[in-house]
Design a protein around this ligand. Structure first.
Ligand code: ATP
Ligand code: ZN
Ligand code: MG
Length: 307
């Protein structure tokens, strides 16, 4: 690994040149090679094998979710800059002619679309809380879910590890503060062990989310102070600013309060999640072990392909 290629743009070019990723003309929106997908599948198998020990309920959500649910979760308050909503044309023939006319003259035709009620899923766990709330009281032992979803965030970048559409695998624990804290501790350990088995350099550090605006700065500082978010960081496009490949989040009773997630005795549930950025992990592997999967170190191949 030579220090000079620790640069986002040259890493992206390397991934394109070696046919690992395919350019779409839009930053953060790429095609993936068969090898790239297989690495993700193998890594997911590793993660699932760990999680199966705890008997998590698997749910696969689509990349879109209910917009009202996203609104209620507070996402637009904290991260309006990242959100995306789906709009469609709902007019008749005359509006259609108008739309085509606008396209032909290069005018903005998108204002002729209306909101569909679907928002792009920004993190795999957002659609979960309303789904759980609708099922009634949470049992005393709490709940555990294994989720996966394509996610959208409007953060175009030349850094291949910062995509606009990417996959997240998450474990989510809903229960008491103690249950959630034990869950997070256990995944901090397991996450480290998995990344070690893949021979990737890492560090774990306190972190914060990019809350919007001036008020957001205070929220970010308080999140950090209270130790609510940790990240497992791997140098991918930069040595100085390593990339968050796993996140460990404690939401306290935020989603419990928002969605009315309660135990049978009426007390509000806490929640926490661990998120694996699948594309980030795959890119970290290509970055450190080379663009040709067949030539990766035997121990890394063994860790992935024996899962
Ligand atoms: P960052 O600080 O790098 O923006 P994040 O704090 O926004 O990361 P989370 O919101 O905790 O990340 O998301 C969970 C996981 O999803 C991250 O640990 C990361 O691996 C992955 N992830 C987040 N944003 C992206 C992105 N734009 N492209 C690819 N993976 C991402
Ligand atoms: Zn989550
Ligand atoms: Mg982010």
């Amino acid at each position: 690994m030579d220090a000079k290629t620790f640069d986002a743009k040259s890493l992206l070019d390397d991934l394109f040149d070696n046919g690992v990723l395919f350019d779409s003309g839009i930053d953060g929106l790429y095609g993936r090679s068969g090898d790239f997908e297989e690495v993700i599948e193998r890594f997911e198998a590793m993660v699932l094998r760990e999680g199966e020990k705890d008997g998590a309920t698997r749910i696969h959500f689509p990349p879109g979710m209910s917009r009202p649910a996203l609104e209620k979760s507070g996402y637009m308050k904290s991260f309006p800059q990242l959100a995306g909503c789906v709009h469609s044309f709902m007019g008749g023939e005359s509006e259609h002619a108008e739309l085509l006319g606008k396209m032909a003259t290069g005018d903005d035709w998108t204002e002729m679309q209306e909101s569909t009620g679907i928002a792009m899923t920004p993190a795999a766990c957002y659609p979960l809380y309303p789904t759980v709330a609708a099922r009634g009281p949470v049992p005393d032992e709490g709940l555990l879910f294994a989720l996966s979803s394509y996610c959208f965030r409007h953060e175009p970048s030349k850094d291949p590890a910062r995509m606009q559409l990417f996959r997240m695998r998450e474990y989510v624990r809903i229960g008491t503060a103690e249950q959630v804290s034990a869950f997070r501790e256990s995944w901090l350990k397991r996450g480290r062990a998995m990344i070690e088995a893949l021979d990737l350099p890492m560090e774990v550090d306190a972190a914060n989310d990019p809350f919007f605006g001036r008020g957001g700065k205070m929220m970010a500082a308080s999140q950090r102070e209270q130790g609510l978010k940790f990240e497992l960081l791997i140098p991918v496009a930069s040595l100085k600013k390593p990339t968050a490949c796993l996140s460990f989040n404690y939401h306290q009773d935020h989603f419990g309060e928002t969605w009315g997630l309660k135990f049978a005795d009426g007390s509000t549930c806490h929640s926490g999640c661990v998120g694996f950025g699948l594309e980030r992990l795959a890119i970290a592997l290509f970055r450190h072990h080379g663009m040709d999967v067949k030539r990766w170190p035997a121990n890394v191949r063994e860790a992935l392909w024996s899962a």
